[in-house]
Design a binder for this molecule. Structure first.
Ligand code: ADP
Length: 487
């Protein structure tokens, strides 16, 4: 897949993510529209059921037990018939309605009077004779009760199938068709839902009833909740998978780069001592230094130091795989950390001199024992101090402190060198990883193996290592090891 360079791979992934977001959005929009239609249908259903039930209840007194009576007034056909009858007014038709309830029969009388000559300019009206003892006031009071019942029936029907419908009614004058309140009518024009008009009882024809829901969005969204949540989860999962993929690709890239840099660095690390030793032996032979023991010993010392460096590097590389496979066997014994630190510091002072850098060793008042492998722990201390010496400019101060209680030994190696940027703090413990070169670190050679080794050894001892650092202010490597406990 060489042809697919990273730049294009990222672009492709970005396009895939964008396309899946767009597809999900389009699909959800389509679903939203379909649900809007469905919610309106359900509202239609709820209001018409309420109107039928209200019709039935408005004249049912005494006939509640009659199944026939009930079936008729609750049938869709009756509602259609009544809607058609009341709708006739629009055609300049005079209509009359009467109902007579008897014990075994109910007589519903519907009459339509159509003028043969061109109609006079007035609207059709429904004529209903008042019952005995009934006045306009008692009729209006009774109509109000029917209206209240209609409202509560609409609510009951809505609650059955729709969640939290926030709506209200709008009344129209039955004869003129004009809304009772201009203000409510105006605001209803922008509403998401307006029902058909229903005469909500069979006793009086004062008003037509319309149910208005200003917004149905929340009902639609509630109905779509599972789709919305699953889309969100899908998008989150896709996003996480891609981020994960990016990270894997990125760390593979960095690993490959680090490996290449490692080969370059190792070539330098291995060639330098060999070249120095070759030059020293050459000088001994050419200038016959056997005659001059002072110089001879000096050259031998230089060669010995270089051989030690070479040996250390060879061991680092040879240990590499064994370390990662956990094959290195530790030989733990009672080990005094403070003594170990003292030993490493004085041998480093002897070997290299410290190039003007001051090492400050802060000891605890008592010995700090761990169950540790002296060879590996000494190497760990050596690596950390060597790094501080390598990366800090001449004349810096390195503070090594050791503290312990019954369960834990804490050792810290703090310097006032260049520090480590936040993004590299975890990665410096990866094998081969070296912080990309900056002006200050430019000439410092290394393998990128030291801290990896340190971390592995500390973890094999049941401890942990972390770094606190701020670029420009220095670094502090802190090791925690379990204290020694006799078994
Ligand atoms: P190296 O052989 O490069 O020193 P290490 O594994 O020991 O490899 O260190 C990894 C990287 O961590 C180094 O390349 C260096 O950039 C950074 N580093 C380690 N110790 C220090 C320190 N004391 N101060 C600043 N940077 C450090």
């Amino acid at each position: 897949m060489k042809w697919l360079s990273n730049k294009y791979a990222y672009l492709l992934v970005a396009l895939v993510v964008l396309a899946s977001v767009a597809l999900q959005a389009a699909w959800l929009m389509q679903l939203f529209r379909a649900q809007q239609v469905q919610v309106k249908r359900d509202l239609d259903q709820a209001v018409s059921s309420a109107a039928r039930m209200n019709d039935y209840l408005s004249i049912a007194k005494g006939q509640e037990k009659s199944e026939n009576f009930r079936n008729f007034f609750l049938s869709k056909e009756w509602l259609q018939l009544k809607q058609a009858f009341t709708g006739m007014r629009a055609h300049q038709v005079n209509a009359s309605f009467s109902s007579e309830l008897k014990n075994d029969t109910t007589i519903i009388g519907i009459g339509l009077r159509v003028a043969n000559t061109p109609p006079k300019p007035h609207r059709g009206r429904v004529i209903r004779n008042f019952d005995e003892g009934e006045t306009l006031e008692t009729a209006m009071l009774s109509d109000k009760q029917d209206l209240r019942r209609m409202d509560s029936l609409v609510k009951v029907e809505c609650d059955r199938n729709l969640v939290a419908v926030k709506g209200h009614h709008l009344l129209y004058d039955y004869e003129t068709g004009k809304p009772e309140s201009q203000k409510v009518w105006k605001s209803a024009q922008d509403a998401d839902y307006r029902s058909e008009l229903y005469a909500y009882n069979l006793n009086f024809f004062f008003h037509n009833y319309q149910f208005v829901v200003p917004s149905i969005d929340n009902i639609v969204i509630y109905r779509m909740r599972y789709y919305l949540i699953s889309s969100l989860i899908m998008l989150l999962l896709t996003g996480t998978a891609f981020i994960f993929l990016f990270r894997v690709i990125r760390s593979q890239q960095l690993y490959t780069q680090a490996r290449l840099a490692f080969t370059g660095n190792m070539t330098h690390e291995l060639k330098t001592p060999v070249a120095v030793i070759e030059a020293a032996l050459d000088a001994i032979k050419r200038y016959q230094l056997a005659q001059d023991p002072g110089k001879l010993y000096n050259y031998i010392d230089i060669s010995k130091t270089e051989l030690q460096r070479l040996n250390l590097m060879i061991n680092k590389v040879l240990n590499l795989d064994q370390l990662d496979d956990g094959e290195i066997k530790l030989r733990p014994e009672l080990y005094d950390v403070q003594q170990g630190l003292e030993g490493v510091v004085s041998s480093m002072q002897l070997q290299n001199g410290l190039n003007g850098t001051k090492i400050n060793l802060v000891q605890a008042g008592e010995p700090c024992f761990v169950d540790g492998d002296p060879v590996h722990l000494t190497n760990v201390f050596y690596n950390l101090i060597d790094n501080a010496l390598k990366y800090c400019p001449a004349g810096s101060t390195i503070t090594i402190s050791c503290d312990c209680d019954a369960d834990n030994v804490q050792i810290s190696f703090s310097d006032n060198g260049p520090g480590i940027a936040k993004m590299y703090k975890e990665r410096i413990f990866d094998r081969f990883f070296r912080v990309p070169e900056s002006a200050e670190l430019h000439n410092v050679k290394g393998s990128g193996l030291g801290l990896h080794y340190v971390k592995q050894i500390i973890e094999r001892h049941g401890g942990r290592i972390r770094v606190q650092s701020e670029p420009g202010k220095g670094s502090n490597f802190i090791i925690d090891l379990p204290g020694y406990h006799e078994v």
